[in-house]
Design a protein around this ligand. Structure first.
Ligand SMILES: [Zn+2]
Length: 207
């Protein structure tokens, strides 16, 4: 029998190996939790279907969310359907800087932009007083993204960021119901997240 050494992919979120830490989570070990969410990019109208674009040496089929770059080929293996995490920066640039932008809402664009430039997030979705709020976690950072209605233009979504270790909002900019979501973030990190958040590892969030 040939035993193959398992390669550890450092880019992938680290899973808990100590199940005692998960006992307080009623939804069970490694269950991403009931609010875990995958955000789909809206469908483009049919007239986009036959359009083909080029970005540098890459060929883009925006309707089917395909690009010929290596990054997108790998992401297609990992993410399904219209999951925004499937897109590469070429698709993002094409969509966000052309007539195609009109078919994508502000929330999808913010989520897409962040995924493309900073890496895929674990998303959790909440509705509170008719507002749609999405929390985005990444294993490499303490900061948690809070996608919420823009406090100055509530018809649009904006990305806010909160650091649960220092209890600071980036640029001191906080969305409506921000304090409530500080608590939701804290509980998600302690009980639900399927990877260990930096703040928990460093002992900031044990209280
Ligand atoms: Zn690409």
């Amino acid at each position: 029998m040939i035993l193959e050494a398992k390669r550890v992919d450092l880019k992938k979120p680290k899973k808990y190996s100590d199940l005692r830490k998960l006992k307080q989570d009623a939804t069970g070990p490694l269950n991403p939790g009931e609010n875990y969410y995958v955000h789909p990019l809206p469908l483009f109208p049919l007239k986009v279907k036959d359009k083909r674009y080029r970005y540098k040496e890459f060929h883009l089929d925006v309707y089917n969310l395909r690009c010929t770059c290596e990054d997108q080929i790998a992401k297609r293996e990992e993410y399904q359907d219209r999951d925004i995490r499937k897109l590469c920066k070429h698709l993002y640039y094409k969509i966000s800087s052309s007539w195609l932008k009109q078919y994508v809402d502000s929330l999808s664009l913010e989520l897409l932009k962040n995924s493309v430039f900073f890496g895929p997030e674990h998303l959790y979705k909440y509705e509170y007083k008719k507002s749609l709020i999405i929390l985005g976690f990444r294993s490499e950072t303490e900061w948690v993204n809070v996608y919420a209605p823009n406090i100055h233009h509530p018809e649009e979504h904006k990305r806010y960021s909160f650091n649960p270790s220092t209890k600071r909002w980036s640029y001191n900019s906080k969305p409506e119901y921000g304090i409530l979501f500080e608590d939701v973030i804290h509980r998600l990190i302690k009980n639900t997240l399927t990877f260990e958040h930096h703040g928990l590892k460093k002992g900031y969030l044990n209280g």
